[in-house]
Design a binder for this molecule. Sequence first.
Ligand code: GAR
Length: 208
Amino acid sequence: PARLAVLASGRGSNLQAILDAIAAGTLDARVVGVFSDKPTAAALQKVPADRRWAASPRDYPDREAFDAALGDALAASGADWIVCAGYMRILGEALVRRFDGRMVNIHPSLLPLHRGLHTHARAIEAGDAQHGASVHFVIPELDAGAVLAQARVPVLPGDDAATLAARVLAREHPLLIASLRLLASGRVREAGGQLMLDGQCLFTPLRL
Ligand code: GAR
């Protein structure tokens, strides 16, 4: 099974979807650790204590020191893949490069639209007819790495950020599982910003 390290800062519904898929036998993987910048994150409680790592950035002198500690813990976990699932802290360049091509993130927008925060409110404000979520490889530039797969939802009249977020989240879980299944199978890889699926360049994200 693929060894997954999951980074999460909050609720952990995407982590729960991963754990559920593993338990159901639909994802051949093992969560070797959950890593958080928020020691009180609900996500941490979803795995046994010996698979939790959490630290407060304010206990470190700077971003580089925090990232180095996180990176050492990730390396020690022996993870094949590092999955950012609601990890809300920016990852410094050195940390990203350390796990180059092995780190993915789920982001709640149709990238390249709406990088960063408050994506649902921004999609409504922009008058987008469609919104959704993307699974992409992590590079030093925020939310800018190659997109593996996306799920789309309509923006409906009367939506606010909360109703739209809920519609997107329901699609995030299967999107993430399907993406991880592809990664775990070894069929997908990223090199130099280019995505390969079954040895072919993937020019547009998969629609899942
Ligand atoms: C998800 O919607 C995820 O896409 C988003 O945070 C939420 C976490 O939910 N991630 C980001 O905004 C990353 N910048 P969860 O904790 O229930 O999985």
